[in-house]
Design a protein around this ligand. Structure first.
Ligand SMILES: CC(C)(COP(=O)(O)OP(=O)(O)OC[C@H]1O[C@@H](n2cnc3c(N)ncnc32)[C@H](O)[C@@H]1OP(=O)(O)O)[C@@H](O)C(=O)NCCC(=O)NCCS
Length: 165
């Protein structure tokens, strides 16, 4: 009986695959829910059809649970964005997406991966730190403080790097 109930209420395991242009609207919606400056569906579709862009997505059952996207230039890549739906956060999904993504990038000949992250984004900094990314520089006053009237200082962007392959 307990086993039956557990199966009934269990979440399906996430399925991670390469993202396709038809994922543009789900990615744009998740991006808009995750960041102050959203991407339009057209912008996302434009990225997904670029040959230099690599992206994976995660589905949990029928729900779009997360994505990660990079742009390649020679043997370097920049992670443009990663996001996990709020209801799927804190379960290791971003780690799974990042691991798969780094394997794909290495398979494409990428040797160095860069990204920028808000100095106050604790979950993202933990995620990247665990995956072996290290800070190489810092851009001060890069992200505007939330609410122009708050008086808070704009946050710095940390530039992180990891060598792969
Ligand atoms: C950053 C983000 C992708 C992490 O997704 P996630 O699936 O919840 O991450 P994981 O479950 O794989 O956890 C990654 C690490 O963050 C930690 N973490 C998760 N949620 C956290 C929180 N709210 N506060 C602090 N740490 C947190 C986890 O403990 C884990 O660290 P650990 O391995 O040391 O335990 C997600 O929070 C998100 O989509 N944020 C909004 C978009 C964003 O900021 N993207 C990054 C831009 S650079």
């Amino acid at each position: 009986m307990i086993g039956f109930l557990r199966r009934l209420f269990a979440r399906p395991a996430p399925v991670l695959t390469d993202a396709q242009p038809r994922d543009a609207s789900a990615i744009a919606a998740l991006h808009a829910a995750s960041f102050r400056r959203g991407w339009s569906e057209q912008e996302v579709e434009g990225l997904l059809i670029e040959r230099s862009v690599v992206a994976q997505r995660a589905l949990t059952g029928r729900s779009f649970a997360g994505f990660i996207m990079s742009r390649l230039a020679a043997d370097e890549a920049e992670i443009l964005s990663v996001a996990v739906a709020r209801s799927s956060q804190g379960r290791g999904l971003a780690r799974q997406l990042l691991n798969l993504h780094l394997r794909r990038l290495a398979g494409l000949g990428v040797r160095t991966v860069f990204l920028e992250v808000d100095e106050h984004n604790a979950p993202a900094i933990k995620l990247y730190g665990r995956a072996g990314f290290r800070e190489v520089s810092r851009r001060a006053n890069y992200y505007p403080a939330p609410g122009a009237k708050s008086g808070a200082k704009p946050a710095a962007a940390l530039v992180l790097r990891r060598d792969i392959g």
